[in-house]
Design a protein around this ligand. Structure first.
Ligand SMILES: Cc1cc2nc3c(=O)[nH]c(=O)nc-3n(C[C@H](O)[C@H](O)[C@H](O)COP(=O)(O)OP(=O)(O)OC[C@H]3O[C@@H](n4cnc5c(N)ncnc54)[C@H](O)[C@@H]3O)c2cc1C
Length: 429
């Protein structure tokens, strides 16, 4: 049998018939044309950090690990051109050497730049869009093997930046960067009721606000990250290891293991969850945004209009209590600006993102199904890379320009070279 591919979480896998690592655009074109000639389908993978089947390759798997160079920049406008397989952490390091940074990031930086934008990866900050919003140009290979250059003035950009891998293989990405900046981090537990009553304020008064409500408790760990000109004051090495590596990974992993073996203990263990103390430090933005994640889990995340955030979190609190779900992972809540990417989960909406998680190996289905029902009440749009149960019939009602996207997909991939089971679920045949 051919080599097995699995995603980070271990909940998606495949045995592709061939596994290709192109060095350049010509080799991507050749791979696509070869596949078409043989009647095979092609799927490009990033770092495999999606929980959905978005990156499952049924026939031909294309891995971009040999396309990880910086091609140009930063230029006088701060734009860099990157090969699509570059990881965000490599991008961060490169930009830092040039006194630049990405404007925002999600929780981790293991993803490839193309994989991250394709599923609408976002961080938090109610005035800032997701990563795709910073992309000003793309070069992709479409479903018939043509190379297509899309610049900032081309309306196609709004369709392909968040393309869920359905419209082409992105080879190069041009992305806007900002001068490097430091963040003053304030992490503090607050009563959930206080956070929910003051949501608007907390989200608008901080550059990057997020909170983690710990189920079975009345507490939320809040993170307020604000730009500062003050000198760096990073966490001392031992404290950083203790807090970010030991408590958030090793100890948290043990708590989750224990909770998996003895679910009845989860509510009591929740009170011992890491992050109960307050912390303040100042560090480079990319070192603040992205964390180490060693505890494996599955995740579902929805974007809802920000004004419904409080009600939705309260509904989740209620359903966990009513159904007696034992949840050892915090519920994470973040905020972003509206954007103009046709399939962005924040398309034309000021959004709150609500994410629920389950430790790997625990039965997530009842809890996630209940949360999905709640999200449906608030016209929630599921993250393309995180677990959800919606099909194209339901999704089409959530995106005002859905049919236009389907037309673009027909143009760029008329014979469905990039199709797989997940794309069939979300876009139909
Ligand atoms: C621990 C963890 C933390 C996370 N944190 C966040 C977070 O903070 N915020 C957030 O929004 N998301 C987060 N995610 C989700 C993650 O950012 C997305 O799922 C992202 O798509 C993963 O990128 P990847 O490089 O692993 O891509 P993959 O998962 O490998 O692929 C994702 C999609 O992109 C397509 N793709 C990949 N490369 C290309 C290419 N060159 N051209 C065209 N299509 C391509 C694939 O075909 C697939 O459809 C997290 C995931 C994990 C596991």
């Amino acid at each position: 049998m051919s080599k097995k591919w699995t995603n980070w979480a271990g909940n998606q896998s495949s045995h592709p018939q061939s596994w290709i690592r192109p060095q350049n655009i010509a080799e991507i074109v050749a791979a696509v044309k070869d596949a078409i000639a043989q009647g095979r389908r092609v799927k490009v993978i990033g770092s495999g950090h999606s929980f959905t089947g978005a990156a499952v390759a049924q026939d031909v798997l294309i891995e971009m690990t040999h396309m990880t160079r910086v091609l140009a920049g930063p230029d006088e406008n701060g734009i860099v051109e990157l090969e699509a397989g570059m990881t965000l952490s490599a991008v961060n390091e490169y930009l830092f050497q040039h006194d630049r940074a990405l404007e925002n990031l999600g929780d981790i930086a293991y993803q490839t730049i193309a994989g991250a934008i394709s599923t609408g990866t976002h961080g938090t900050g109610e005035n800032i869009g997701g990563l795709a919003q910073q992309v000003v140009g793309l070069t992709l290979v479409d479903g018939v093997g043509n190379t297509v250059e899309i610049d900032e003035n081309n309306p196609l950009l709004h369709f392909v930046r968040v393309g869920v891998g359905a419209v082409g293989i992105i080879a190069h990405v041009k992305i806007r960067t900002v001068p490097k900046f430091a963040l003053h981090v304030k992490e503090k537990p607050m009563p959930l009721s206080y956070v929910l009553e003051n949501l608007e304020d907390l989200a608008s008064r901080n550059d990057h606000f997020e909170f983690f409500w710990i189920p079975h408790t009345k507490w939320a760990l809040t993170k307020r990250n604000n730009r500062t000109e003050l000198p760096l004051q990073p966490l001392p090495r031992f404290k950083k290891w203790w807090q970010k590596s030991f408590m958030e990974n090793t100890a948290f992993g043990l708590v989750c293991q224990l909770g998996k073996l003895f679910p009845g203990l989860v509510p009591r263990l929740a009170t011992a969850l890491p992050g109960s103390g307050s912390t303040s430090y100042i560090d480079e933005s990319f070192r603040v945004f992205a964390s180490e994640r060693r505890v494996k889990f599955v995740e579902m995340e929805y974007a809802i209009p920000q004004e419904h955030c409080r009600a939705a979190v309260e509904d989740i609190e209620r359903v966990i209590a009513e159904k007696n779900y034992k949840v050892s992972f915090p519920v994470e809540v973040r905020f972003t600006a509206p954007d103009n990417n046709v399939l962005s989960t924040a398309h034309a909406r000021r959004s709150a993102y609500i994410a629920v998680h389950m430790f790997k190996g625990c039965d997530y289905l009842p809890y996630f199904s209940s949360v999905a029902e709640i999200m449906a009440k608030y016209s929630g749009r599921p993250h393309w890379g995180k677990m959800h149960f919606l099909t194209h019939e339901e999704l089409s009602a959530l995106y005002p320009r859905w049919n236009e996207f389907l037309v673009v997909r027909d143009q760029l991939d008329p014979t469905r070279t990039f199709h797989n089971g997940y794309l069939e679920q979300v876009f139909g045949k």
